[in-house]
Write a protein that binds this ligand. Sequence first.
Ligand code: UFG
Length: 331
Amino acid sequence: MSILITGATGYIGSHVCIELLSSGFDIVLIDNFSNSSEDVLDKIKSITNESFSFYRVDLLDIQDLRRVFNENNIQGVIHLAAYKAVGESVSNPLKYYFNNVYGLLNLLTVMEEYELRNMVFSSSATVYGKNISPLTENMTPSTNNPYGNTKLFCEQILKELHISNNDWSIVILRYFNPIGAHESGKIGERPLGIPNNIMPVIVQVATGKLQKLLIFGGDYDTKDGTCVRDYIHVVDLAKGHIKALEKTLNSKGLEIYNLGTGKGYSVLELVNVFENISNINIPYEIADRRAGDVDICFAEPSKANKELNWVAEKNLDEMCIDTWRWVCNSL
Ligand code: UFG
C-alpha cells in the first residue's frame, strides 16, 4: 500500500516525501518538473536512504495518471501540485484554472474510478482575503486574484464531493508562509526563474544575484510599516501533512486546518533575523505596495494543534539558519 504525492519534487513536496519515508510510508511520487528539478529525487534518496517510485506525469494527462494508479496499490493521496504565483495568475488566468482546477478534477476522477477516497489537499491562507488576523478556519473566505480563486474553487469541489458521497475522507490544509529548508542542507526552496516570495528574494540579495531587496510598502498599519506574515518552517509544515494523512486514513469526513505558527513577523523583522544569522547585510529600499497584499496575515493554529496533535516547533531563527545552510551548501 502506497501514498501518492503530486507535486512531489517541489519545495513543499520534497520535504513531505522525506517525512513520509521517515515515518515508514511507502510512497509513489509524481511531478512534471514545471517548477522543480530531477536531482531532487537523488537528494530525497540520500537523506532518507529509502527507495520509492517516481513517475514524470502531468495531471492534465488523465491516461498517464491512470497508469500510475494501475501500477501501484495507492492507499491515500497528498495533492500538492499547483501553480502558485499570484502575479502570473493575474496575467494568465487560464493557465492557472486549467492546471490547478482541471488537475484536481482529473485526479479526483481517477480516484473515483479506483474507489480511493482519501485526500490531503494543499490550500493556502490566501483564501482568507481581507479577514482580520488571527485567521480561523470558519471565517468566510474571499480572494482577489485567479490563483486564490483556484484554491477556493478546489476547496469547494472537495466539499461538494464529500457531500455527494460521505465515504470521502478529506483534509484541506491552509498553509501560511513556508520558509526554511531541511536541516541536512541538501534540499530547500529553489524556484525556477525570477522568485516572487520574500525568502528566495532575500537569498538572491545575500548571494549577490540581486543588488537589493524591494520591500513592497512601508506605510502599512503595522509596528514598523511593513507587512506582517506567519512564517512557518517547511519541515513543520511537512510534518503537518503526516498528521493530516493519518486522519484521512483513520476517519471519514472533511476538515480544514490552518498550518501556521500563530505568530506574525514583519518583513523588516525577517530581514534583521536573516542578517544576524548569515552575517550578511541585506540592502533594501522601500517601494510601492504590491497589488493584492494584505497588511497582516497570521494563523489561529489551535484547531490543528488540538485535532491533529500537531504544533509548529521551529522559530524564525531556525528557519533562517536552515535556509542559510542550504544556500551555502548549494553555492
Ligand atoms: N515582499 C517584499 N519584497 C519581495 C517579495 C515579498 O517586500 O520582493 C513582501 C510582500 O509584500 C509580503 C511579504 O514580503 O508583505 C511576504 O510575501 P510573499 O510573496 O513571500 O508571500 P505572500 O504572503 O504574499 O504569499 C504567500 C504565498 C501565497 C499564499 C500566501 C498566504 O506566496 O501563495 O502566502 O498568505 F497564498
